[in-house]
Every structure is written in structure tokens, then in C-alpha cells.
Design a protein around this ligand. Structure first.
Ligand code: 8YV
Length: 321
């Protein structure tokens, strides 16, 4: 029998990551990539020293309480950690890590794609080509809103928010932001700080959300706050669906209060609010913010660096608790 520590890997990971996992651990991989129920996960975790979960596994207080005694670490293959009850893990002495930094570029790319696609009505254009319903050119056909030179409001000026700001400056956008704490001038790079979401919203021709999902940010973008945006604003979300009140956003897209929304994340994925699909002024992607070959490898290696450190009795780089 191998004396390598047993590690449960809940989803199929990139090949290079799985090769390293098998080299260094007795890895319980998930070749079929089925999503485990909590009971299956608990059963598969028997005797394991650690779990490498994704955001698809809900490690709530109940599941954590039922984890085998052998589990020492949860090294998530994700930057977000709203799927893990940190307090419950801490109470059991289980170390939890995430994978920050390595997915910031990829996520900001998708945020920019959504911003441009929503503003320039990319979905409608694509649809016309694919359904052979593109009739002809006209001077008033498919008019979108211009991005260049407009004001971009960013909620959550962490790593992804800062890269988003940098990319948007390439379009001469003026950056406004809300963050729990103001950035230093060398990180702000001239962006205008607002000390509350409410203070920020009236300045946003475009709004891009980059804050984590926490009990405090749940439904942060609700009807009351959408009303504070300028008429015809565009909303982009690459953070978590929970930050948005779907009914409020859909109502504002239907009424024309908002010009469009670009969304990569949703409440209750993949069973998203069905109204989004029927709206012409949405540009929708299936949670692919970090989905590049380079980033998914980097996320896997970062999760394994954390795992290696914990197994060696060292401090992991990305400890959450
Ligand atoms: C990942 C993400 O694809 O890392 C995150 O928090 O939202 C995504 O980019 C996913 O969470 C992997 O578990």
C-alpha cells in the first residue's frame, strides 16, 4: 500500500495538474467529472488527508461537521470561497486555502468581453448572422452604446478589479470605484474613490462587479441601487451571482432603465433565472472567467503548492483559516 497521503479531488482537473497529484499523492481523481452529492463526497473522503474541491462542492457547516477526522485541509481550486464555511472548518482545525492572483487576468478579460459585448449588442449581432436574419446595412441598425471615454464604476478593487481598470483605461475609460478601503495612489492610478456603493453608482455609465460573495454583499445590486445608476447604464458581473438580485436586474433590463447586462456568473448555476435567456439585451457566458489553459493549470498548481505546504507542516501561501 502507498504511504503517500490520500487526497480527494472532487472534479476532473487539467491533465498536468492530475499528473502532479498522482506523482505526489494517493489521489482519488474524478475521471467522469460527475458532481458528487454531499453523501458521496463524505464517503469518498474516508481516510483522506485533504480535499481539493471546486466551487461546485458546497462545503457548508453540516458537511464540514461530518467530514472524516483524517481531513486536515481543504485546498480549493478557486479564488472564491463562498462554497466553504470557513468558521466551521476553523472550528474543526481544518486548514482552508484558495488560489488568488493566478486567475485575475483571465477574469478581467472576460469582464472586458462582457462589457464590450453588452454595450455593442454582440448577442443580437451573432444571432442574426447564425439565423440568417441579417437583412442589410442601415444607419440606424444595431446601435449600441460607445465604450470609449465613458465612466466605469468598479465595485471591489482587489486584484481582478485593478486589472479590469487597467484594461478599461486602454479604452480611455474614466475609473471610479468603491472598495472597503481606499487604495494607495500608486494602485489607484487616478481612479476616483467613493466611500460607499451608493456614492459610486450615479457615476457609472458602466458598472463592473468584482467583490466576493459574502452575507454582506448578497443582493448588493438590488432595485434601490439600480435606480441610482444613470439611465442606460450597462452592468457586468464576473464575481458571483449572489451579489445581484435577479428580479431587480431583469426588471431594469426590461424597462430600459439599463441598456444591457453582461453576466458570467448567476444565482443557482447552471439553472439560471430563465428570464435572462429571453432578453435581447443580455450577453451571457457560462461561468468561464478563469477558463483558459494557462489559468486553469496555474490554479491547479497553486492549489497543490498549498496542499504540499500543509502536508509538510509548513504555512501555506493562501491560507484562509
Ligand atoms: C472557477 C471562480 O472556475 O475561482 C473562482 O472563484 O469563480 C472560477 O473562476 C471556479 O470557482 C473553480 O472552482
Amino acid at each position: 500500500m502507498s504511504d503517500k497521503p490520500v487526497v480527494l479531488v472532487t472534479r476532473k482537473l487539467p491533465a498536468a495538474v492530475e499528473v502532479r497529484l498522482q506523482r505526489d499523492y494517493a489521489a482519488r481523481l474524478n475521471a467522469s467529472d460527475q458532481i458528487y452529492s454531499s453523501d458521496q463526497l463524505l464517503e469518498l473522503a474516508e481516510g483522506a488527508a485533504a480535499i481539493v474541491p471546486c466551487h461546485t462542492e458546497k462545503l457548508n457547516a453540516d458537511v464540514i461537521a461530518r467530514l472524516p477526522q483524517s481531513i486536515r485541509a481543504l485546498c480549493s481550486f478557486s479564488v472564491g470561497f463562498d462554497h466553504i464555511d470557513l468558521a466551521a472548518a476553523k472550528a474543526r482545525g481544518i486548514v482552508v486555502t484558495n488560489t488568488p492572483e493566478v486567475l485575475s487576468d483571465a477574469t478581467a478579460e472576460i469582464a472586458m468581453l462582457l462589457l464590450l459585448g453588452a454595450a455593442r449588442r454582440a448577442y443580437e449581432g451573432e444571432l442574426q448572422i447564425r439565423t440568417e436574419s441579417w437583412a442589410d446595412w442601415s444607419a440606424t441598425y444595431q446601435l449600441g452604446v460607445q465604450v470609449s471615454g465613458k465612466r466605469l464604476g468598479i465595485i471591489g478593487m482587489g486584484r481582478v478589479g485593478q486589472i479590469m481598470a487597467r484594461r478599461a483605461r486602454g479604452f480611455d475609460m474614466q475609473i471610479h470605484y468603491y472598495n472597503r478601503s481606499r487604495l494607495s495612489a500608486d494602485l489607484e492610478l487616478g481612479a476616483v474613490y467613493h466611500d460607499s456603493v451608493e456614492a459610486l453608482l450615479p457615476h457609472c455609465d458602466f458598472l463592473s462587479i468584482h467583490c466576493p460573495a459574502t452575507p454582506e454583499t448578497r443582493h448588493l445590486l438590488n432595485a434601490e441601487r439600480i435606480a441610482m445608476l444613470p439611465d442606460g447604464a450597462v452592468v457586468v458581473n464576473t464575481a458571483r451571482g449572489a451579489v445581484v438580485d435577479d428580479d431587480a436586474l431583469i426588471a431594469a433590463l426590461r424597462s430600459g432603465k439599463l441598456f444591457a447586462a453582461g453576466l458570467d456568473v448567476f444565482n443557482d448555476e447552471p439553472n439560471i433565472h430563465p428570464a435572462y435567456r429571453g432578453l435581447q439585451n443580455t450577453f451571457l457566458l457560462p461561468h468561464i472567467g478563469s477558463a483558459t489553459v494557462e489559468t486553469r493549470d496555474a490554479m491547479g498548481f497553486r492549489a497543490l503548492d498549498n496542499l504540499d505546504a500543509i502536508m509538510a507542516g509548513k504555512e501555506p501561501r493562501d491560507r484562509l483559516v
